[in-house]
Design a protein around this ligand. Structure first.
Ligand SMILES: *Cc1c(COP(=O)(O)O)cnc(C)c1O
Length: 375
């Protein structure tokens, strides 16, 4: 039986043409016309002033922290319910992550808990956190209004990790554009891909220019190789940028396809006892990158492990929700503010096959197999 993937790359018509153009003109390096064009087109899509194309979303978060001057001894607040790429860069700069749990509606950072966290860090360390990394998980917009209000009230800069949320909006405005800096990822399983890549966006032109400088080994303007700062090899290649340009052209279509998956699963599964889906709040438009369901074992009589096993038997990939960072061995000693929400989400949640290229027949089969677990 052919494998049904959780979320696999889905190329459009133009990617191959842009890549061929890169070959034909010999711009086969981290320099070339596709890079600038991709940055411009992505910035236009998001409705933001400036964009730097980078080798990954993780690299973008790393550079964002450097641009904000985060260093050893600083604390950085981060959503606990996320992928490790969100918070590993906090360790890269020698700072300490402080994790804040989710709220029930969006599964993203709880604004009330954030306020508590900031006050508690102030009283415990005498210093407020130096930055906040706000994640929009699975493409669902966080309560950005409340989070930004709290962040602004305490004058703490916000990095929006919209790695999973390209194409999502809040109040009609693209996610990634609310914070001081925004981050996208074009990893292979994201809503669009460059095979691997990321971007840093901001209204601050200087920051983005500095990000490009740092991403290309921080080379000073001189006739020889001269360096006054530590640099990184974080630039996106011209070939990958070409793929990205093609993918941007089909992004809205990809969002619609992902949302159709969600609607079909909602239709096919929501009557099952103990099953629930995350609902979109009023001002939110979610790209529904992955369709996620919660299975309450008490009510369902089955659980996420059994459902995943039933799918696996038919060569269908599913995945538990992200394991919260405050429960990860590597972040054991990091301060955490939790009410157990993300922990429960992790224990009961499952991501279903959600590719924009998922054949309807396969999706129907997933629905049938999941339903069989309730029989
Ligand atoms: C994928 C992802 C990242 C990291 O992006 P890469 O391009 O894989 O480095 C960061 N945060 C979240 C929430 C992600 O899903």
């Amino acid at each position: 039986m052919e494998k049904v993937w959780l979320s696999s790359p889905h190329m459009g018509e133009m990617e191959r043409k842009f890549v061929a153009e890169a070959f034909d003109t010999n711009w086969v390096s981290p320099v070339g016309p596709h890079i600038g064009a991709f940055e411009k087109e992505l910035a236009e899509y998001a409705g933001i002033g400036h964009c730097a194309a980078l080798s990954s979303g993780t690299a973008a978060i790393h550079l964002a922290l450097i641009l904000l001057g985060i260093k050893g001894g600083d604390e950085v607040v981060c959503s606990s319910f996320t992928f490790s790429g969100s918070c590993n860069p906090i360790a890269y700069v020698g700072a300490t992550p402080v994790f804040v749990d989710s709220e029930e509606v969006t599964w993203n950072m709880d604004p009330v808990l954030l306020e508590e966290c900031i006050k508690d860090r102030l009283s415990k360390t005498g210093k407020k956190p130096s930055a906040i990394i706000l994640v929009h998980l699975y493409g669902m917009p966080a309560d950005v209004e409340a989070i930004m209000k709290t962040a602004r009230a305490h004058s703490i800069p916000v990095i929006e990790d919209a790695a999973e949320a390209l194409g999502s909006t809040y109040g009609g405005k693209a996610l990634g554009t609310f914070g001081d800096l925004g981050v996208y990822s074009f990893n292979g399983n994201k809503i669009i891909t460059t095979s691997g890549g990321g971007a840093l966006i901001s209204e601050n032109a200087e920051w983005i220019a500095k990000a490009r400088f740092l991403a290309t080994q921080a080379r000073d303007p001189a006739p020889h190789y001269q360096h006054s700062e530590i640099g990184y090899n974080y630039r996106l290649s011209n070939i990958c940028a070409g793929i990205g340009r093609g993918q941007l052209m089909v992004l809205d279509e990809r969002v619609h396809q992902r949302r159709r998956n969600f609607d079909a699963y909602l239709d096919g599964l929501s009557d099952l006892k103990g099953v629930s889906f995350p609902a979109e709040p009023d001002s939110a438009y979610a790209n529904r990158w992955l369709t996620t369901i919660l299975i309450d074992p008490e009510k369902a009589g089955t659980n996420r492990v059994e459902v995943a096993a039933a799918l696996e038997k038919e060569n269908i990939e599913s995945r538990p929700l992200w394991k919260p960072m405050h429960l990860q061995p590597v972040f054991q000693s990091a301060p955490a503010y939790s009410r157990g929400v993300s922990e429960r989400l992790f224990e009961t949640g499952l991501c279903l096959p959600s590719g924009s290229n998922l054949p309807e027949g396969d999706r129907d089969r997933v629905i049938r197999l999941v339903r069989d677990c309730w029989k």
